[in-house]
Design a protein around this ligand. Structure first.
Ligand code: SAM
Length: 236
């Protein structure tokens, strides 16, 4: 892959179909939605998800893959074991394959129908049909070199507690990458004052160190995103 970046589509004019996608996307993250209700929305949307959330409207996978490309030095890009958390239909994996990223990819997601589409693409090795952040997963500790997620932080989705679990399953020296819509840091109770506090606590405990925190434009429906990259420490 050696530095290959995915172009980010920015000049998007919302069509009528896009407006519908926008509404479904919002319905999966409406205020007060339970985790179970959210999973149902994705299961019902799975067949149309890739088509509806086209690049430009939603650039989460592209942004996260570029972040991974940027933060790994050339010598660290081989033989990696990666977990795509909230992998959905597997768009992150498709992009990593497209740019020739050499790694073994696993996926974790609670929405079975999304995972069916992901499996049909034949990119991921193992799939964990599970949610992260509500209980400890069956994944052994220190399992992955890279744990990343796109589009996973929203009402009813990944709670802050998922960060501890992601760090648990990362190998020392491993990389954690996640992204959140910037406005959710102040608009969603689960994250307000809590997400960044959680990262800072893990930094203070010498479990992780900050690699970068970057605000990016055009993450989702023209909203900014905040990309967090942390490295797991040997003292974790
Ligand atoms: C907007 S989609 C993003 C899918 C994919 N990462 C992408 O960028 O296209 C959100 C996905 O997060 C999954 N999800 C939500 N909460 C989760 C949790 N706690 N653990 C794992 N996956 C979760 C949903 O099932 C859904 O497939």
């Amino acid at each position: 892959m050696d530095g290959k970046r995915i172009p980010i589509v920015t000049d998007v004019k919302m069509t009528e179909a896009d407006q519908k996608a926008y509404q479904i996307n919002n319905s999966a993250r409406k205020k007060g939605i339970t985790h179970e209700e959210m999973v149902k929305v994705y299961n019902n949307w799975a067949d149309k998800y890739d088509n509806d959330l086209r690049p430009g409207l939603y650039n989460g996978p592209e942004i996260v893959v570029n972040a991974l490309t940027d933060c790994l030095t050339k010598d660290k890009r081989r033989n990696l074991k990666l977990l795509d958390v909230a992998a959905g239909t597997g768009r992150v994996g498709e992009l990593l394959l497209k740019i020739g990223f050499e790694c073994s990819m696993d996926a974790l997601d609670p929405a079975e129908k999304m995972l069916d589409i992901l499996k049909s693409k034949g990119i991921y090795k193992r799939t964990w049909h599970d949610s992260i952040g509500y209980h400890q997963t069956e994944i052994p500790k220190d399992e992955y070199d890279v744990v990343l997620s796109a589009g996973a932080m929203a009402e009813g989705h990944i709670p802050v507690a998922a960060i501890d679990e992601m760090v648990r399953i990362l190998k020392p020296g491993g990389i954690l990458i996640t992204i959140i819509r910037e406005e959710y840091l102040t608009k969603i109770e689960e994250y307000t004052g809590k997400l960044e506090h959680c990262f800072q606590k893990l930094v203070n405990e010498k479990k992780i160190k900050l690699v970068s925190r970057t605000v990016v434009p055009n993450y989702s429906f023209q909203n900014n995103g905040v990309v967090y990259i942390y490295e797991a420490l040997s003292t974790k």
